[in-house]
Design a protein around this ligand. Sequence first.
Ligand SMILES: *Cc1c(COP(=O)(O)O)cnc(C)c1O
Length: 399
Amino acid sequence: MKFNPASKIQDLQYFGEFGGVNPSISDSSTYTFLSAKTMFDTFEGNTDGCHLYTRHTSPSNLYLGEALAAMEHTETANVSASGMGAITSTLLQLCNAGDHIVSSRTIYGGTYAFLKNFAPKLNVQTSFVDITKLDVVEAAITKNTKVIYCESISNPLLEIADIKGLAAIAKKHNLKLIVDNTFSPLILSPIKLGADVVIHSLTKFINGSSDTVGGVTCASQEFIDATRSVNDGAAMLLGPTMDSFRASSILKNLRTLHIRMKQHSKNALYLAEKFKNDGIKTVYPGLEDHPSHHILKSQMNADYGFGGMLTIDVGSLEKANELMELMQRKNLGYLAVSLGFYKTLFSAPGSSTSSEIPEDEQTEMGLSDGLIRFSIGLDDDIERTYTMMKACMTELNVL
Ligand SMILES: *Cc1c(COP(=O)(O)O)cnc(C)c1O
């Protein structure tokens, strides 16, 4: 039977403490013990089902972690206060001073800045490579390499990682393959393809209502226990703890993720095909002419489409800004960073979410000035949206 990540979420059963259909929210930072011995054992990490202190675990956070682990087919998961909290604590758990990371060069700006500017302070060095070229990835591995890091569908250029190919390289060299799956929840199941750790920014599609930040690391029980260790666990000691109220609200939103992803994907494919036919430079993984379309097609769970993200290139930053301002005035979406909202969001990544990347490096990786990144919304009548967007483009002579 094919793996169906949405059914894995649906199949979980929770009851609140009074029989509520949603689990009760744990409104405590600390927990009592009936015996001092149990408290000691919990400190040592030996007592299942007991909670010590919320930075360590809380019932609400464990419920959300359990659902995300089911979705990503891992033994367990640790939720955190933001995607960056998940990324940094995972990498710092895996890497010691002197270690080396091979990372995709087209990644989220914050992750790029962390690896490029912050991790070197701890003598953790990173080589940034074109992740679509497996020979280049392998050639960048040194005797100190511990991790291969990539995004399943990359931000903002929508490059596709060949997760199976990267997993084979990671296995061969005894490295951990970490995949940031933020752009393609449900669409890709990286663990099924051989990855070791999957990370999400829950801020985006998974929560879907642009009202909070959040993150998760999905991995083996052994790895998650290590990150939560009171002695040397990065998640425990760096403290990127999610609040229980947020964990509870994200869990409720997670349950409609499959319906939302299908609509985001349907709308994005419709617009991408129209824009392309109109002669606009359009990048969307669902288009046949996307360089990694077939790799994605062969690795994805087919039911959720090719995702809600697309980019167009309108030639210059000036034109991009004019178009985005006009589209916002016409209420076609918001000029805002982030993604996965019910409304379309658009931004020019070169001057916003990827501005951490120096200009010459932006040019080298194909991140042009006129690029607009769209997170396509849940519009019920996408034909109407297209007609109105086209009118904006015509008015500004972009077409
Ligand atoms: C937004 C984002 C992050 C960072 O997540 P936060 O929740 O903002 O900390 C990491 N990776 C990707 C791909 C993202 O889009």
